[in-house]
Design a protein. Structure first.
Ligand SMILES: [Zn+2]
Length: 312
């Protein structure tokens, strides 16, 4: 009897240890590493100026007769990327329509495995819906920052109001501003598509290992050599597969706090109303600046200043 009792105690201890282990985060991590439990969520933000075939503003404006075919190309570019992602093991893809009205992608023509965030306004705009449950972020159809050449329809958020936007002294295209939003959630940008200049700009900012798929080469702001359509669609699909396979090698893009935003407008009138907002300083007739400890707050304030400039 005396020999059995210690054995029972050891048995109880082993059962208790097993229960504690099975409920521990470490065990949960081990469970998540099995393929059945793996969730691979990818976020895609889609702009229009960097879509294959698009070379002029008229193709990006809903009232223009040229728009309907351009939105079809936009949907096709996204579908090629989505297809590559699912072939490479993605389990969930969220597509955020990020141009103008944000109602450009033809919902019924989008790959039915993907979810579509459509319409505006959205608090995080081109990055609405991003969160820490995503493992990677892809920019499709993106364009270069204002003042780039040769680059199709280069601008930064608002072609009518913004001359340049700097964060901590670095001039940023939309791809950098948006990559830093993904960075706030620990999500790296893994791939970008657009014209050759935008692809180059993206690698400069986000790192040389970024997967880029150029779909056209700009001659100037309103003309480009569009690469062969069949090849582009294959490149987009294969690029997405490659990006997913390289996933562990990408790092989130982050600025170090505090975050100082500097917005240069085209004229002094556009900067005027922004001076009414507490914390915003005017450092030249057409330049506003502010500093914040919260990047997302800074991004939203920058957008508010641009919105004010646009109605001035
Ligand atoms: Zn756009």
């Amino acid at each position: 009897m005396m020999r059995k009792k210690p054995l029972n105690i050891w048995l109880l201890i082993m059962v208790a240890v097993s229960i504690i282990w099975l409920n521990s985060p470490l065990a949960a991590g081990a469970k998540n590493s099995t393929p059945e439990r793996n969730q691979l969520k990818i976020y895609i933000s889609v702009d229009m100026e960097g879509i294959w075939g698009v070379v002029h503003t008229n193709q990006c404006l809903p009232d223009s007769p040229e728009y309907q075919v351009a939105r079809k190309w936009m949907t096709e570019d996204v579908n090629a990327v989505v297809q590559g992602l699912f072939e490479a093991g993605a389990t969930e893809v969220v597509v955020n329509d990020s141009h103008g009205s944000m109602r450009n992608i033809i919902a019924s023509d989008l790959d039915p495995r993907a979810e579509l965030l459509s319409g505006s306004p959205k608090p995080l705009s081109m990055m609405e819906g991003i969160d820490s449950t995503f493992q990677g972020c892809i920019f499709v159809g993106y364009h270069s920052r204002a003042g780039s050449a040769p680059a199709i329809l280069d601008h930064t958020i608002s072609g009518a109001a913004i001359y340049s936007i700097k964060v901590n002294g670095l001039e940023m295209p939309e791809l950098g501003l948006n990559a830093a939003i993904a960075g706030c959630y620990g999500v790296p940008v893994i791939m970008l598509t657009g014209d050759t200049t935008t692809c180059w700009q993206a690698k400069e900012i986000l790192g040389q290992n970024l997967v880029v798929v150029p779909v056209k080469e700009a001659v100037n702001r309103f003309a480009a050599l569009n690469f062969a359509r069949n090849k582009v669609l294959i490149d987009l699909k294969e690029g997405a597969k490659k990006a997913l396979n390289l996933l562990p090698s990408f790092k989130p893009f982050v600025f170090q706090p505090p975050f100082t935003f500097e917005l240069d407008f085209h004229n002094s009138n556009q900067a005027e109303a922004g001076t009414l907002i507490p914390g915003v300083k005017r450092i030249s007739p057409r330049t506003l600046t502010f500093t914040t400890g919260d990047y997302l707050e800074g991004f939203k304030l920058a957008r508010a200043l641009i919105a004010l400039a646009s109605i001035s």
